[in-house]
Write a protein that binds this ligand. Structure first.
Ligand SMILES: Nc1ncnc2c1ncn2[C@@H]1O[C@H](COP(=O)(O)OP(=O)(O)O)[C@@H](O)[C@H]1O
Ligand SMILES: Nc1ccn([C@H]2C[C@H](O)[C@@H](COP(=O)(O)OP(=O)(O)O)O2)c(=O)n1
Length: 424
């Protein structure tokens, strides 16, 4: 009974906006946009539905519980790939209110060309009964090749027409790419409190979350400005951050810190396996712990920091935004703003490196890489998005330094920047 109520509540909360929603299906990396309307005459059907496509379904993950939504979306693909007949083809899909923040629902579009619809429909019906997912099926009308969308109910073995069947019509690409709509407080957190709440809600399902919460400082401590300058070194893996930060420490008699701080190392691998909402909240909170350490060390000496909030925000944004670099939120977007309750460094230097030289250094170093760094290596687009996001972050903007010269020359150049900006 509770489940039926929950389904009804989820569905009803969508209905006022259902007909204003636009869906995007990504086929071979290219999005096709479509919406639905009650009346339709003579309009073309979108290409996604053309030809002998088989039976089509959409699955959208929706729950007001953000942790459940994030966890289930991460599980859904495996669940579908494991249980669907091999003739089923899955494509990433989303539904959104154009240019409206926080309106994105993510899921999959499913084409089934198997002979019998029964196994697939049985699985989808089970999902609607147990999991936070809305299923629609698409049917071709008898005349004119017009497609209708049917929103399923659960439990009654029928496709339910709720509130009516909708016709599928092509839609314009929105001004803001849908993957940018939910970044705030799902991928990037702009206050201690927002990130804290995510980990607090995870305490029951992830024991490591409780361990992180116990290490956290008070809100005020993370903003305290120290007497000495604070210099953050940023850049992709293998651009020379470790080499440079150690040389700067020696040259300036500075303290060297990093984010995430060492005390979070035992929990990091666990959070790297979690969906973005939880993973990014972990890294966000790491910055606040580092900020307190900066506040303490910075009363005695200058402080050099290996990665800080620029890394947290840039990697999160680049992962969240699908497609080409132009899909990133434009320069000046609030997405790039520095959290108001986090200490601002005196200078942020971002090391850049030609991709070929970076690959050479990674090879020479011969170390294992995180999955994300392997992805960076393979995925030029992702690397470009991280670098672009680095440049757009405001608060303390980052000064880009070419890291291809020998290490001692890079050191000299950064020392010049520090002396110019921080009067050391
Ligand atoms: N300026 C440089 N020129 C040539 N090699 C460098 C330079 N800086 C660092 N390296 C080498 O490149 C590799 C990656 O450097 P590292 O400092 O570990 O990068 P990061 O900390 O950014 O991952 C190391 O093997 C290091 O010795
Ligand atoms: N302050 C930080 C530091 C790292 N991160 C995230 C961003 C990426 O997912 C990884 C990159 O860290 P990684 O340990 O691979 O980088 P280095 O080896 O230190 O160059 O960690 C973060 O979100 N916030």
């Amino acid at each position: 009974m509770r489940m039926v109520y929950e389904m009804a509540r989820r569905t009803m909360s969508l209905l006022p906006h259902w007909s204003s929603r636009v869906s995007s299906v990504e086929l071979n990396g290219t999005p096709f946009y479509f919406s639905t309307q009650e009346k339709h005459r003579g309009e073309e059907v979108p290409r996604v539905f053309r030809g002998n496509d088989g039976r089509c379904y959409s699955l959208l993950v929706c729950s007001s519980d953000t942790i459940r939504r994030a966890k289930f979306y991460a599980e859904l693909k495996d669940k579908l790939l494991t249980n669907l007949p091999p003739e089923c083809h899955l494509s990433p899909m989303c539904s959104f209110l154009p240019n409206i923040k926080d309106s994105l629902l993510k899921g999959y579009f499913l084409k089934d060309t198997s002979e019998s619809s029964s196994p697939t429909e049985r699985l989808l019906r089970d999902l609607t009964q147990r999991d936070p997912v809305l299923v629609c099926s698409y049917l071709r009308g008898e005349t004119g090749g017009v497609w209708t969308q049917h929103l399923w109910s659960d439990g009654d073995n029928h496709t339910m027409q709720m509130p009516k069947d909708y016709y599928v019509v092509p839609a314009e690409a929105p001004e803001h790419h849908p993957s940018t709509l939910n970044i705030i407080n799902s991928d990037v957190f702009y206050s201690f409190e927002e990130a804290y709440q995510v980990l607090e809600k995870c305490g029951d399902i992830i024991p490591e979350a409780r361990a992180v919460l116990e290490l956290l400082p008070s809100r005020e401590e993370a903003r305290r400005k120290p007497d000495f300058p604070v210099i953050v070194i940023e850049g992709l893996d293998a651009t020379g951050k470790t080499t440079l930060t150690e040389s700067l420490r020696d040259a300036l008699g500075a303290s060297l810190l990093r984010s995430p701080p060492h005390c979070l190392s035992p929990m990091r691998a666990r959070f790297d396996r979690e969906p973005p909402l939880i993973r990014r909240a972990f890294y966000a909170l790491g910055n606040y712990i580092t900020a307190v350490q900066i506040g303490q060390e910075g009363m005695k000496t200058p402080v050099i920091v290996d990665r800080f909030w620029h890394s947290t925000a840039a990697y999160a944004i680049a992962t969240a935004v699908s497609g080409p670099v132009c899909n990133l939120p434009a320069e000046g977007s609030e997405v790039y703003c520095w959290p108001s309750d986090l200490l601002q460094p005196s200078l942020v230097v971002c090391l850049t490196l030609d991709p070929e030289e970076r690959r050479r250094r990674l090879r020479d170093r011969g170390q294992g890489k995180t999955e994300e760094e392997q992805e960076l290596d393979h995925n030029q687009l992702f690397r470009l998005k991280v670098e672009k996001a680095y440049q757009r972050i405001s608060g303390p903007a980052c000064v880009t330094v070419d890291a291809s010269p020998p290490a001692d020359l890079v050191l000299q150049q950064v020392l010049l920047l520090i002396r110019g900006k921080c009067h050391l």
